[in-house]
Design a binder for this molecule. Structure first.
Ligand SMILES: NC(=O)c1ccc[n+]([C@@H]2O[C@H](COP(=O)([O-])OP(=O)(O)OC[C@H]3O[C@@H](n4cnc5c(N)ncnc54)[C@H](O)[C@@H]3O)[C@@H](O)[C@H]2O)c1
Length: 296
């Protein structure tokens, strides 16, 4: 019997895209699936699709930026399925790419509230329940390749995803003794509607520029370029299956794009060279012999 059979997964942003792909993959493994999403019409379509595939599904409205809605998801999931064994913090938004001075604070707040605080609220609500039942489980946070290396013009998105990678590393160290396996999914481009995230932007984050009929030419060109890259991206169906493969192998970092290794290697080389220079500095070189404590 599969290690997933009969257990329950809660997936935020599960109405479409990567969240739905993971829902289908874990459902195929025999898990009960709870999908939460801010987009209720899309959520209904996803519920029907999963049902048609013979997956036990509960679909609930969820805005990940609202802790009380996470609480409702937890209560309803437990009422329907009993224990919760997996949390997939997937809901995310791209924000509006742009230069420093043109990225307004409402956009920063939206991206950080969904991509960072949403992950924190979900984890704070559901992990104690997994600790309580003591059967172990999985915490899968969806970051991005942008969590591994900064994306030009995507400052808020990068900041949120770097934070998700960091928290995942921290939580992995904390939760391994409880038999809760933590992984962080870091895809590059995948064919989803991420480039159209503002379709679900709540009014409290909207600004005058959101309502402008026409985008500036620079922003329009950037959006068009992003769309082309996403259209050429990985087929979304593959991502859920890749997650199953990787969590079976207890991988911390789940990569979907092995071709990005060269990009990261350049970053690692730069980091390594910076350490070389610190080691050669008469100001701090004496620390080379000091013991390191408190890091993984
Ligand atoms: N598609 C890519 O190329 C790509 C690459 C790297 C990382 N990611 C990450 O994958 C995750 C899923 O994105 P996707 O590509 O499937 O995009 P998507 O837009 O297709 O799906 C995102 C889902 O999240 C939901 N959502 C948005 N705001 C929400 C909120 N406040 N509360 C609850 N649900 C909300 C949307 O309604 C949607 O169903 C995101 O975290 C994204 O940053 C995507």
């Amino acid at each position: 019997m599969s290690e997933f059979q009969g257990k329950t997964a809660v997936i935020s942003g599960g109405a479409e895209g990567i969240g739905l792909s993971v829902a289908r993959a874990v459902g195929k493994q025999g898990m009960n699936v709870v999908i939460g999403d801010i987009d209720e019409p899309q959520l209904k379509l996803a519920e029907q699709l999963l049902c048609d595939e013979g997956i036990e599904v509960l679909a609930l409205p969820l805005d990940v930026t609202k802790p009380e809605q996470w609480q409702q998801i937890a209560t309803s999931a437990q009422e329907r399925f009993g224990k919760i064994h997996m949390l997939v913090n997937n809901a995310g938004v791209s924000g509006t790419p742009g230069v420093i001075e043109k990225t307004n604070i409402q956009d920063w707040n939206w991206v950080m509230d969904v991509n960072l605080m949403g992950v924190i609220y979900g984890t704070q609500t559901l992990i104690p329940l997994m600790k309580q039942h003591g059967e172990g489980g999985w915490l899968i946070n969806v970051a991005s390749m942008a969590g591994m290396i900064g994306v030009p013009m995507g400052q808020a998105y990068t900041a949120s995803k770097v934070a998700v990678v960091g928290m995942s590393e921290s939580w992995r160290a904390e939760l391994t003794p409880q038999n809760i396996q933590v992984s962080v999914l870091c895809p590059a481009f995948v064919q989803t509607r991420i480039n159209l995230s503002s379709r679900n932007k709540p009014s409290e984050y909207q600004t005058a520029s959101d309502n402008e009929q026409e985008m500036s030419p620079a922003r329009a060109a950037m959006a068009e370029h992003m769309q082309k890259v996403i259209d050429r991206g990985l087929a979304v169906e593959v991502v859920g299956e890749r997650v199953i493969e990787a969590i079976r192998a207890n991988e911390l970092y789940i990569f979907t794009h092995p071709n990005y290794r060269t990009v990261l290697q350049k970053r690692f080389e730069a980091v390594d060279q910076a350490f070389e220079r610190a080691a050669a500095s008469p100001l701090v070189s004496h620390l080379l012999d000091e013991e390191i404590d408190g890091f993984m």
